[in-house]
Ligand binder design. Structure first.
Ligand SMILES: CC(C)(COP(=O)(O)OP(=O)(O)OC[C@H]1O[C@@H](n2cnc3c(N)ncnc32)[C@H](O)[C@@H]1OP(=O)(O)O)[C@@H](O)C(=O)NCCC(=O)NCCS
Length: 189
């Protein structure tokens, strides 16, 4: 029975709203998980085994948004862009719940902690991390495997191999969760 809350369309529980804008349609890999309450709009691509979790907004209207493979964009996160300022997010990246990612680049294995904000033209190099609650101000560059904390964020330390492995594990956990939700999530109404 169509649910009126969804405009008469029965949403697939494991695959959420994806909208084209002015004829530009997001490219979503067939293995990706887009949660049913997310919104993915316009010039956006999402790679294999990546999860866009509940209540995320990925709005590719002013410039492209590219999200790689096995990346997790956790619940409540907003990804947006600006004129001539796209957002590039690599492979095996973690973006914690309730974060804001604005017109910036996060390279492979980058990590953005819960409720953190990354502003325009920032770069998080491979394995770099912005701690939970951090604010990375425009144009700042987090070097490879560096941990930055605070608001405004500053370099705290370079993570050793053990710490890098700990945060890399998180992306694998979320890759598996995305697979599980794609296969096992069912509407119960
Ligand atoms: C940064 C983080 C890894 C903790 O690092 P830690 O070194 O183990 O933290 P500690 O508790 O030993 O504190 C060390 C110092 O860092 C500071 N600190 C720790 N976490 C901080 C944070 N998120 N923001 C600002 N400062 C922080 C502490 O105040 C302390 O400062 P001091 O040396 O001046 O006293 C953790 O706070 C974090 O951000 N984890 C990310 C978790 C997450 O978001 N996961 C995503 C969802 S799965």
């Amino acid at each position: 029975m169509p649910d009126p809350r969804f405009g008469g369309v029965v949403p697939e529980a494991g695959f959420g709203p994806v909208f084209s804008l002015d004829g530009v349609t997001p490219t979503i890999h067939s293995d990706a998980f887009i949660a049913s309450t997310a919104a993915v709009i316009g010039n956006v691509s999402v790679g294999s085994e990546t999860g866009i979790w509940f209540h995320c907004l990925v709005r590719g209207d002013l410039a492209p948004i590219r999200i790689g493979a096995r990346t997790n964009i956790q619940d409540g996160t907003i990804i947006h862009v600006d004129f001539d300022a796209p957002a590039y997010i690599g492979d095996d990246v973690t973006v914690g719940h309730n974060s804001v990612i604005h017109a910036c680049t996060i390279k492979n294995r980058g990590f953005v902690g819960i409720s953190a904000t990354v502003l325009d033209r920032c770069i998080i190099e491979e394995g770099g991390m912005l701690a939970a609650g951090g604010l990375l101000t425009p144009g700042k560059v987090i070097g490879p495997n560096e941990l930055w904390t605070g608001s405004p964020a500053k370099l705290r330390r370079v993570m050793d191999a053990e710490e890098q492995a700990k945060f890399a594990r998180n992306a694998r956990v979320y890759r598996d969760l995305a697979r599980r939700f794609r296969a096992g999530l069912q509407s119960a109404i």
